[in-house]
Design a protein around this ligand. Structure first.
Ligand code: NAP
Length: 289
């Protein structure tokens, strides 16, 4: 058991609900391994209390915190500084105190690209198809643009939301150029062009583990060297990824993104390298026993 003293520094996560967050497990495991005098605590904060909570966290000397649903967008107006990455994504998931006030960024982008970068491929001629156009899809698009993909095809089920999604990249003209949006019914024709297929919908997530955003038959349309990436981390594998691996395709699940976005946040707070393997193992232990 960690000894908490008057000098122990506070980190944490704010959200509602926050009880099921995996972040405390992952961060406290890394903190214990490093032997630094910090503790990471979940703070339940309701929508109406957000601005008061931010001021309160500053008053009690919290060093930094993560943000989850429903505050990722709303917090942006309450910070003194926001990174370009977070502005592009339109959401903040990590905040730290820079002396003058709270500064926010979005480490989901770094988390998403980490397992792709590890593959050391030349992404510049590649096409990605992204299923879904919600919050996570925005971090995915920013990550794919950072990797330098040739085109990014977004597939969604709601025409108005798709249109809104495509219009929100006007401040990032390079991304706006790469991006096309498509209604779900055109997906079967698109699939054969994909080098990378990313699921950002919650379809297939526990407890709806028998569902997949695309059928086994549609998975056959992908190129034999296509990579299939599911942002979902439980179950492992999802139906979607099992269709991919049954076809011999390379598959990536969402656990690494979760680990790497957390590691990127902890590095910002501690200003030192963090034990990623310990973070990964603590999550696996918590999720799968
Ligand atoms: P979100 O903002 O609610 O977006 C979900 C998207 O999926 C929306 O475009 C939604 O379409 C679409 N969708 C939902 N149900 C669908 C269905 N039955 N069929 C087709 N499309 C459907 O959620 P999010 O924050 O982006 O998160 C999405 C997923 O990513 C979740 O499973 C989450 O756990 C995962 N995630 C993982 C990580 C990680 O670190 N691994 C990080 C972030 C998110 P409509 O708008 O039309 O409803």
């Amino acid at each position: 058991m960690k000894l908490i003293t008057g000098k122990t520094k506070l980190l944490g996560i704010i959200g509602a609900p926050v009880e099921h967050s995996l972040s405390p497990v992952m961060h406290n495991a890394a903190i214990a391994e490093l032997g630094v005098d910090y503790i990471y605590v979940p703070f339940p904060v309701q929508k109406v209390d957000l601005s008061q909570a931010i001021m309160g966290l500053e008053v009690i000397g919290v060093q930094g915190f993560n943000i989850t649903i429903p505050h990722k967008q709303a917090i942006m107006n309450l910070l003194s500084e926001v990174t370009n990455t977070a502005k592009m994504v339109g959401a903040v998931n990590t905040v730290w105190h820079n002396g003058a006030g709270w500064k926010g960024t979005n480490t989901d982008v770094e988390g998403f690209v980490a397992p792709l970068k590890a593959m050391a491929r030349d992404w510049t001629s590649m096409t990605a198809i992204v299923l879904g156009n919600g919050g996570a899809a925005r971090a995915v698009v920013a990550g794919l643009a950072e990797l330098g993909l040739a085109s990014i095809e977004i597939v969604g089920r709601d025409r108005q939301k798709l249109l809104n999604f495509s219009q929100t990249w006007q401040n990032a003209p390079k991304i706006a150029q790469l991006l096309k949006v498509h209604y779900t019914e055109t997906l079967p024709e698109l699939l054969s062009s994909a080098d990378l297929l990313v699921n950002t919908t919650p379809v297939g997530m526990s407890p709806q583990i028998d569902n997949s955003p695309i059928s086994r038959e549609l998975m056959q349309r992908l190129k034999p060297d296509a990579i299939v990436y599911d942002l979902i981390y439980t179950p492992s594998p999802t139906k979607f990824l099992s269709f991919a691996t049954n076809r011999g395709l390379q598959a990536i699940d969402g656990l690494e993104m979760l680990v790497q976005q957390g590691a990127a946040a902890l590095e910002i707070w501690l200003q030192q390298p963090v034990p990623i393997e310990i973070m990964r193992n603590s999550l696996k232990q918590q999720l799968f026993g």
